[in-house]
Ligand binder design. Structure first.
Ligand SMILES: C[S@@+](CC[C@H](N)C(=O)[O-])C[C@H]1O[C@@H](n2cnc3c(N)ncnc32)[C@H](O)[C@@H]1O
Length: 259
């Protein structure tokens, strides 16, 4: 058997053992790319971000965003912030809520530049979740889709959201998660570790950026206790919902002002 044959078998073996040994409770995975560099990564891939999003998610990302917004339709909102707005695909769906003011916040200037071409009725703010230029108790709803796992200091971001939200204000978060049922989990891990890199090679996209995508999903699924952090910041979790076999989770939370 030639060298390529051996290296393929080794890769396959390490993939299968990774799937078998993956435990959501073991914080053994270390990210090579630091999260404070993420706005720079998104600045590099902004032009192909939407296209690759649709390819990698097999077109499901559009459906996930629609479902996410549908869950928010049960009340009226004056001020809505789409945080980590990126190229604004969620912002476009949020128009269905008929809020009075929309803001899109993101530290990546280039991602926001694209968002501005899709939605004219919002203010676009170049800022990070950890420090947002809003007064205390001035916002009704904050949405975050596929952004939370990039925040370098998630607790600080939740404290900041708590500060700017009105009493009874809502944070709704949609993020990738690792399915609990072992067969779905293995399928998802194989997709992340083997199929996505293949798609990135076929479409000749930035390998480092998509390695970051893979690592940040695994890191978030394994190490981040998002509901505990939200509760520590003062939120109560009102709903948790899983989509597409648990590949995506939605967390809805409310600010309850104890003062
Ligand atoms: C995967 S994109 C998600 C974009 C969009 N919400 C969507 O549904 O496609 C993640 C976004 O998070 C942004 N981001 C990274 N660090 C952030 C931070 N500290 N605060 C706010 N946004 C951040 C990135 O610039 C990027 O645009």
């Amino acid at each position: 058997m030639n060298e390529i044959g051996y290296s393929e078998i080794l890769k396959f073996h390490s993939l299968i053992s990774f799937c078998f040994t993956y435990q959501s409770t073991e914080p053994v995975h270390h990210m090579e790319i630091k999260k404070d560099q993420t706005p720079l990564i998104f600045d590099k891939i902004y032009e192909s971000y939407d296209q690759m999003n649709h390819i990698i998610s097999l077109g499901l990302d559009k459906r996930w965003r629609k479902k996410f917004v549908k869950l928010l339709k049960n009340r009226d909102y004056d001020v809505v912030i789409d945080l980590a707005s990126g190229t604004g695909d969620l912002l476009v769906e949020l128009a269905a809520l008929n809020a009075k003011h929309y803001y899109a916040i993101d530290p990546s200037v280039k991602m926001l530049t694209l968002a501005e071409t899709k939605f004219y009725c919002a203010d676009f703010i170049n800022a990070s979740a950890e420090s947002m230029p809003f007064n205390n108790n001035s916002v009704d709803l904050i949405t975050i889709s596929f952004g939370i796992r990039n925040f370098p200091d998630m607790k600080k971001a939740f404290d900041e959201m708590y500060r700017i939200l009105n009493n009874n204000g809502i944070v709704s978060i949609m993020e990738f998660s690792i399915p609990e049922f072992f067969l779905f989990r293995w399928g998802f891990l194989i997709y992340l570790k083997a199929i996505i890199p293949l798609l990135v090679t076929i479409f000749r996209k930035n390998k480092q950026a998509y390695k970051y995508l893979q690592e940040s999903i695994l890191d978030f699924g394994r190490n981040i206790k998002v509901t505990e952090l939200l509760e520590e910041s003062g939120f109560i979790i009102t709903k948790k919902k899983k989509l597409t076999l648990g590949v995506v989770s939605i967390y809805s939370c409310k600010k309850i002002n104890n003062n």
